[in-house]
Design a protein around this ligand. Structure first.
Ligand code: SF4
Length: 212
């Protein structure tokens, strides 16, 4: 698949989902980082419910860095994997305070040093908090749709990300994830893709797998 085809995919999805954007609620980079770490293996709706009360109590990097682990675990419990997420959020806040002058760092190289932050989380924070694109966030929807659309044959998110980065204009990187996420949620679901109703059906090589 070449640049022209991915360009058509982007154009069709932009028309279909003109408001595609992050669904996590946050007011500043610290909240975005916390919400994104919480969102692993968890829906955005649940994360927003958890952070609704969390963000009223914890407002600064210091608040998170000094949080009591056991209390914090219970406060984020419904987001799942709460032992690991609590440990990572508190440790990440400690590192932001001690190593990055109290501010969420604004580069991929720095962000991935934070506990619980890999490329996906870093890409989300960079694009939404800093307006920067150093890569493309590959979540479960982006992974599935990239494979179905023939944009990558890989399973590994970082290899998929590399394939997408080669094909896609850099100015589209940040938005592209949200276009695929919308399409994955609305039309191209994991179990039952609705190919006959899909705006990409004339381009997608997987259509014949589901509707031969
Ligand atoms: S044609 Fe089917 S498999 Fe391809 S993107 Fe659309 S819904 Fe998904």
């Amino acid at each position: 698949m070449g640049k022209n085809t991915i360009g058509r995919i982007v154009a069709l999805l932009k028309k279909e989902y003109p408001k595609a954007a992050i669904a996590l609620r946050y007011a500043h980079p610290v909240e975005l980082l916390v919400a994104t770490i919480l969102s692993a293996q968890c829906t955005d709706v649940t994360v927003n419910r958890v952070t609704g009360s969390l963000f009223r109590k914890y407002k600064t990097v210091d608040d998170y860095a000094d949080a009591d682990l056991k209390t914090f675990e219970q406060e984020i419990r419904s987001a799942g994997f709460y032992h690991t997420k609590a440990k990572n959020i508190i440790a990440a806040a400690g590192m932001i305070r001690n190593k990055f002058g109290g501010r969420v760092p604004g580069s991929m190289g720095e962000l991935i040093q934070l506990p619980g932050v890999a490329r996906k989380t870093a890409n989300i924070v960079l694009f939404n908090a800093f307006g920067k694109s150093e890569g493309i966030a590959v979540d479960t929807h982006v992974r599935r749709l990239s494979r179905r659309l023939g944009l990558s044959r890989h399973e590994d998110p970082e290899k998929i990300e590399r394939d997408l980065m080669k094909m896609l204009d850099k100015k589209e990187w940040g938005r592209f994830s949200y276009l695929l996420i919308e399409h994955g949620r609305n039309v191209c679901g994991a179990k039952k893709p609705q190919c006959p109703a899909c705006v990409l059906r004339k381009i997608c090589p997987s259509k014949r797998l589901f509707f031969p």
